[in-house]
Design a protein around this ligand. Structure first.
Ligand code: PSU
Ligand code: MN
Length: 324
């Protein structure tokens, strides 16, 4: 199997400079591939409204990481090669490839064998963080929300391999909690079981992805600065030699986060529509996200894009703090 690491990423890691890994399942399966103008009219100021939304988001996150002082490492499987550090052109190619779905731990080898292309989930991206360098793996990774324990798990078990990878990778994952369609309290319990410290950077409650927190949400360990996150990472990995990730959570920016319950109704509609379609389970997340965006007039999508950029900014600060 071939792994390709871009010169930028390779040099930054070799020199002990800050690097932030970025997943591409959000580009291939999580966000619309149409432009904002085509879909929603009024423009958000976070992204370029003329480009496909997924590509525009990638550009915005790249810019955020770079202007924060870190090197972005977009990760994907392209034509059967695991690529660590995609160029802007490669991101456009992947993000517009209609055959590129998402790849996780169980589908990694088969995607390589059939020389396929796919966006990497949190789990697959964490594998790449480890493979990037034996001595200096990528220590920080930004995304929107992790996978976890699905609702209704007691009837039919559905647990994301993201948890498996979080249990076994010494990387700090920066995200706004877990996908909104999950069983959040169960996901938080599972993170405890697998030994992943859950921190809140400025928040004491586990974020609800694009929604504001509500009473009764699970508590997290609040920290107040990227330096605090870095110190905790060093204790966890270098002093205690624990094998697991650190999960640094951030709330969605308050000016765009949805109010309590705003999403719930949209989600119920979307779930009903999906149930009637009888589609295979990998299509569920993209379908629900798209429906929710339509039902909320683009509001859920604005919040999603804003938190992704916000998390990328925090991740570069944490990456810098870790190099001190
Ligand atoms: N959060 C979202 N949308 C997504 C994902 C997360 O709001 O599309 C992606 C991430 O890449 C995450 C993956 O790692 O879904 C988890 O998928 P699964 O449950 O199939 O493991
Ligand atoms: Mn699943």
């Amino acid at each position: 199997m071939s792994i390709f690491i871009s010169d930028d990423v390779r040099n930054a890691l070799a020199n002990g400079e800050p690097v932030v890994a970025l997943e591409t399942a959000v580009l291939t399966a999580g966000l619309p591939k149409t432009s904002w103008i085509e879909e929603y009219g009024e423009r958000p100021n976070i992204i370029d409204a003329e480009l496909p939304i997924n590509i525009a988001l990638a550009q915005a996150m790249t810019h955020t990481v770079q202007s924060g002082g870190a090197t972005p490492a977009w990760i994907a499987v392209v034509d059967g090669t695991l690529r660590i550090g995609l160029s802007p052109e490669e991101i456009v190619e992947l993000g517009t490839n209609p055959n590129a779905g998402k790849v996780s731990l169980a589908t990694f080898a088969q995607t390589i064998q059939r020389t396929g292309s796919a966006g990497t989930t949190v789990a697959a991206t964490l594998v790449a963080c480890r493979l990037a360098s034996k001595e200096n793996p990528i220590r920080v990774f930004a995304t929107g929300g992790i996978g976890g324990i699905h609702q209704n798990w007691a009837n039919r078990l559905d647990v994301s391999a993201d948890l498996t990878a979080l249990a076994t990778t010494q990387t700090c994952v920066v995200a706004s909690g877990a996908k909104s369609i999950l069983d959040i309290p169960s996901t938080v319990e599972a993170l405890e079981t697998i030994g992943v410290p859950v921190l809140g950077l400025g928040n004491s409650l586990f974020p609800r992805f694009i929604e504001k927190n509500t009473d009764g949400d699970p508590y997290v360990h609040q920290v107040d600065s990227p330096d605090d996150v870095a110190t905790l990472c060093k204790h966890h990995w270098h002093n205690l030699h624990l094998p697991s990730a650190i999960f640094a959570t951030l709330q969605a920016p308050p000016d765009v986060a949805l109010e309590e319950g705003e999403l719930q109704e949209a989600l119920v509609h979307a779930e009903n529509d999906w149930a009637g379609l009888n589609q295979p389970s990998p299509t569920r997340t993209p379908f629900l996200l798209d429906k929710m965006a339509k039902i909320t007039g683009g509001k859920s999508l604005v919040a999603n894009l804003a938190l992704l950029c916000n998390n990328a900014g925090a991740a570069s600060e944490i990456a810098i703090a870790l190099t001190k």
